[in-house]
Design a protein around this ligand. Sequence first.
Ligand code: C5P
Length: 232
Amino acid sequence: MGKDVIVALDFAGAKQVYDFLDRFSGKKPYVKIGMELFYAEGPEIVREIKKRGHQIFLDLKLHDIPNTVKKAMNVLSRLDVDMCNLHCSGTIPMMEAALEGLTREDGSRPILLGVTQLTSTSEEVMQRDLLIDAPIADTICHYARNAKTAGLDGVVCSPLEASLVKEACGKEFFTVTPGIRFADSAKDDQRRIMTPADAKKIGSDYIVVGRPITAAEDPVAAYERCLEEFVG
Ligand code: C5P
């Protein structure tokens, strides 16, 4: 388990997704489905991509009262996704309920990750808007430790935070890191970035890569370059 490249399918609809995946012929990259695609196409897109043989990270970032999250997670588990996530700010009881809902009768379940502080939230905004009077790095580690206490498998975090999380929660606790760019590719709107090779060095378990693959002239070659740098 672990050490894989997850391709972010940030497309508006099913047709673009299937055209994109068809280019990979026999290869079956691990893919991430986010809110836009899921809300546009519904659970059918998950079933179809599973049928095509891909592993799926369903990135819906749940956050609600424990009972609601438990029931929603139960639905996701029956959809047979491989990885899903929630906001750690929902607190430990919500995370525990999520795990309960996610666990199938045979004891198996998808990987469950927590989102600590979104990378779009700066320390200043966190302190001003959320009234969290602590350095953002401390909040991230605290949320990650809560996730571990609740029994989650890991967190999504920027590659620059991955080492901190590993220090706080141990090597076995997954870090899944977006914000990945090749040394020679555009940064786009990402600010805190790292190459696949450096993400490997700092111990990321999975990297999430969107535009460096989806917008590449040759997406299959870009995907293979990521795999080569990150998995080796
Ligand atoms: O195109 P790019 O490689 O920047 O895409 C990164 C993917 O990871 C997008 O789907 C984005 O929503 C997601 N993501 C992120 N930063 C986070 C959480 C998720 O870039 N903190």
